[in-house]
Design a protein around this ligand. Structure first.
Ligand code: CUK
Ligand code: CUA
Length: 608
C-alpha cells in the first residue's frame, strides 16, 4: 500500500510536478504555491501582507497595494483562491483571493505570480463568501458574513433587526486587463451570507449564496442562530440585475473604498479612492433574488459541472440537500412560494429539491466534482470525505481525513470541466501527523487518489498559514506563459535607469534619490558620501540582468523596513532614514554569482 502510494506522489529529482496547487494562507494573508502530487512548496505570494523577503508592502512600488479606507492594513485573513475562467474552465490567467477582515478581493497575475490588484468591498464585513467567478469571469462575487449597519452608523447592537443589512457584491472583471470594479451591490436582509458559487451552463447568469442566522441573532450565535430548521440559499439572477442597472434602477450610494493596482507601464502600484457604489433594492427589482430553504445553517454551496445541481452543505444538517436549477425555474414560474422576506420570495423546499444525500457524514461543508458523475463532500465533524453519485444521491465511498477537514479541492472541481484525478483535503487540525513543533502544529493537507472506485490516501504534507481552500490546475496551462524576466527596454519605472552611466545621486532638500544599477557582481554607485542624519534616502535599484532566475537583493545595515529583492529588468525602491553619523555597508542578499560576496558598497552619513 505505502509503496503504491509512494510511486504515485514520487517526482524524481529534476522532474516536474503534474499540477500546481494554490492554497490560501488563511491568517497569514498570503497564497502559497505547491506542486502536486509531490506536495513541494514552490513559492509564497504575499497578498494582504508585508513580506520582508521580497520587500512587498515595504517598497515604494508596492506599498499602495495595502491602502484601505481604514488606512494601511498589511494583514488579512485569506480563505478562497479562485482561478479566472473561460467557458467555465480555469484558464490560468489570474487567481482571485479574498481578504475577510478588511473586506477586499485581490487579483494575482499568474504570468509572474505576483499580486496585481486589490479591491476593497464597500458596505461589507466579513468578506467570506468570495471571490467566486462566473463562467467567463464576467464577475467575481462577494457576500458579507457579518451584517452591519449600511451605511455605517452608531446604533445599539440590539437594533440588529432594524438596522443591519447584508450586501451581495458583483465585482466586474475587465476581460483584457483583469481590472476589477464594484459594478453593483444587492442589499439583502441582515442574515450571515457565508459562501457562494456561480451558475454554469443553463444556470449561467445566476449566482448562489448560502446564508445562516436567518434568526438574525446578534449574540451567542452558536445557540441563537441554530434554531431554525432551515436557512437559505439565495439565488440571484445577475443578468437581470444588469438589466435593472441599465434601466437606472441602481441607486448611487456614497461610499469610501480603495482600488489599488499595479500600473502596467510603470509596474508601480497606485491607489484610487472610489466614492460611490450602485445599489439594488430587491423590493424594487422583482425576479432578482429568491430564497431556497436549505437545512440547517448551510456553509458551502456548490454547483455541479452541468450547472443543473446546486448542493448546500448544511453544517448542522443530517442530509445534504441538492436543489435543481430547472425545478427552481419552474417553481418561480408556477409561483411555488411559501412566503416573502423583505420582498424576497421564499420558494418551497419540495419545489426545488432534486434529492437529498442521506448519511453524508457529520458536519458536511463543501462539495467538489470529478466530472465523471460523482461528487465529493467534506464532513468536518466526522472528519471524512464522502463520495456520492449525482442523480441517485447514493453514497458510494467514504474515507477518513486526519483531522477535521474543512474544504476539499479537486483540480477544476468547481468548474464546468473538472480534470479530476486527485482530491486534496485541507484539514483544520494536524495533531500527531507530523513531528511536534511546540504548541502550534503545522497546517495539514492530504492528497487522495480518486481515479478508482475507492478513494486512496497518497500523501500527508504540512502547509503554511491556514489553507482554507486550494485550487489546482494542470502545470502546462501556467508553464506555457510563465514570465522569466521583465524586459529592461520596457521598464517604465520613473526612477528606473538602463545603463550604469545613468546612475546618479540627486538631492532634493532633505531627500536623497540614488538611482542605482545592480548587476553581476556590483552596484553602481557603490560608495556614496554626502548623506546627512535626518535625510530620507531613496534607493531606486534597477536590476540590469536579463536572465531567468537572477534577482539581486539589496539591504543596508540597520535599515528599519526590509530588504529589496529585485527581479531581472525591474526597479524597486526602498527608503532609509539614517539616525547616526558613520559608514554603513550595503550588500546584495541573494547569492547571485561566484562573486556575490563582492557585491557590496558603503554609505557615508555625516552629522546634519
Ligand atoms: S472556509 Cu472560511 S471558515 Cu469552509 Cu471556505 Cu474555513
Ligand atoms: Cu547580486 Cu548577490
Amino acid at each position: 500500500m505505502a509503496k503504491e502510494a509512494a510511486s504515485k506522489v514520487y517526482v524524481p529529482p529534476g522532474s516536474h510536478d503534474e499540477m500546481y496547487a494554490f492554497m490560501s494562507g488563511g491568517f497569514s494573508g498570503q497564497v502559497s504555491v505547491y506542486g502536486i502530487p509531490s506536495g513541494r512548496l514552490f513559492k509564497v505570494i504575499p497578498v494582504f501582507s508585508q513580506n520582508p523577503e521580497t520587500g512587498y508592502g515595504y517598497s515604494e512600488e508596492t506599498k499602495a497595494m495595502l491602502n484601505t479606507s481604514y488606512g494601511f492594513v498589511p494583514w488579512d485573513d485569506a480563505h478562497h483562491p479562485e482561478f479566472s475562467q473561460t467557458n467555465g474552465v480555469p484558464d490560468g490567467r489570474w487567481l482571485f483571493i479574498n481578504g475577510n477582515n478588511t473586506p477586499r478581493i485581490a487579483r494575482i497575475d499568474l504570468h509572474d505570480m505576483e499580486t496585481a490588484e486589490i479591491m476593497e468591498i464597500p458596505n461589507s464585513a466579513g468578506n467570506h463568501g468570495s471571490p467566486f467567478t462566473t463562467m467567463n469571469s464576467e464577475y467575481v462575487v462577494a457576500a458579507t458574513r457579518f451584517s452591519v449597519p449600511v451605511p455605517q452608523k452608531d446604533v445599539p447592537i440590539a437594533s440588529y433587526k432594524e438596522n443591519f443589512k447584508g450586501a451581495l457584491s458583483f465585482v466586474k472583471v475587465d476581460p483584457k486587463s483583469g481590472h476589477m470594479n464594484v459594478a453593483f451591490q444587492i442589499m439583502v436582509p441582515g442574515f450571515d451570507y457565508d459562501l457562494a458559487h456561480c451558475g454554469k451552463g443553463p444556470s449561467h447568469g445566476w449566482a448562489f449564496f448560502t446564508c445562516y442566522n436567518s434568526e438574525q441573532a446578534h449574540t451567542l450565535l452558536e445557540i441563537n442562530a441554530s434554531k431554525n430548521d432551515k436557512d437559505y440559499i439565495a439565488a440571484v439572477n445577475w443578468k437581470l440585475a444588469e438589466k435593472y442597472i441599465a434601466e437606472g434602477k441602481g441607486k448611487s450610494m456614497p461610499a469610501n473604498y480603495y482600488h489599488n493596482y499595479v500600473d502596467e507601464k510603470t509596474r508601480v502600484a497606485k491607489s484610487e479612492k472610489v466614492q460611490s457604489v450602485k445599489v439594488l433594492d430587491p423590493k424594487e427589482c422583482p425576479g432578482l433574488i429568491y430564497y431556497l430553504p436549505t437545512p440547517k445553517s448551510p456553509h458551502g454551496v456548490d454547483v455541479d459541472p452541468s450547472g443543473e445541481y446546486i448542493v448546500g452543505g448544511g453544517k448542522l444538517a443530517t442530509v445534504l440537500p441538492v436543489h435543481s436549477f430547472s425545478k427552481m425555474l419552474k417553481a418561480i414560474e408556477t409561483n411555488q412560494v411559501e412566503g416573502k422576506i423583505e420582498g424576497i420570495p421564499v420558494l418551497k423546499y419540495s419545489a426545488t429539491l432534486a434529492g437529498e444525500v442521506k448519511n453524508p457524514g457529520l458536519g458536511p461543508l463543501h462539495t467538489e466534482f470529478d466530472g465523471k458523475g460523482y461528487a465529493y463532500t467534506s464532513a468536518f465533524i466526522s472528519s471524512e470525505i464522502v463520495k456520492w453519485k449525482i442523480g441517485t444521491w447514493q453514497v458510494v465511498d467514504r474515507i477518513p481525513t486526519y483531522y477535521a477537514i474543512g474544504h476539499l479541492s479537486i483540480p477544476g472541481g468547481d468548474s464546468a470541466k473538472p480534470w479530476g484525478k486527485y482530491a486534496l483535503a485541507l484539514n483544520k487540525v494536524a495533531k500527531d501527523r507530523f513531528l511536534p513543533t511546540g504548541p502550534n502544529q503545522p497546517q495539514s493537507a492530504q492528497l487522495f487518489d480518486i481515479t478508482g472506485d475507492k478513494m486512496k490516501l497518497l500523501l500527508d504534507f504540512p502547509t503554511i498559514g491556514e489553507p482554507h481552500y486550494a485550487q489546482m490546475i494542470p502545470a502546462e496551462i501556467l508553464t506555457k506563459h510563465n514570465q522569466q524576466i521583465y524586459a529592461l527596454e520596457s521598464n517604465g519605472n520613473p526612477n528606473g535607469i538602463m545603463m550604469e552611466d545613468d546612475a546618479k545621486v540627486e538631492r532634493k532638500g532633505n531627500e536623497v534619490h540614488i538611482k542605482m544599477i545592480a548587476t553581476r557582481s556590483h552596484f553602481t554607485p557603490d560608495c556614496i558620501e554626502g548623506i546627512k542624519v535626518g535625510d530620507k534616502v531613496y534607493f531606486h535599484v534597477t536590476n540590469q540582468e536579463q536572465d531567468w532566475d537572477l534577482p539581486h537583493g539589496f539591504a543596508v545595515q540597520g535599515m528599519r523596513n526590509s530588504e529589496l529583492l529585485i527581479m531581472p529588468g525591474e526597479t524597486r525602491t526602498i527608503v532609509w532614514e539614517p539616525k547616526a553619523p558613520g559608514v554603513y555597508p550595503m550588500y546584495c542578499t541573494d547569492f547571485c554569482s561566484a562573486l556575490h560576496q563582492e557585491m557590496q558598497g558603503y554609505l557615508r552619513v555625516s552629522a546634519a
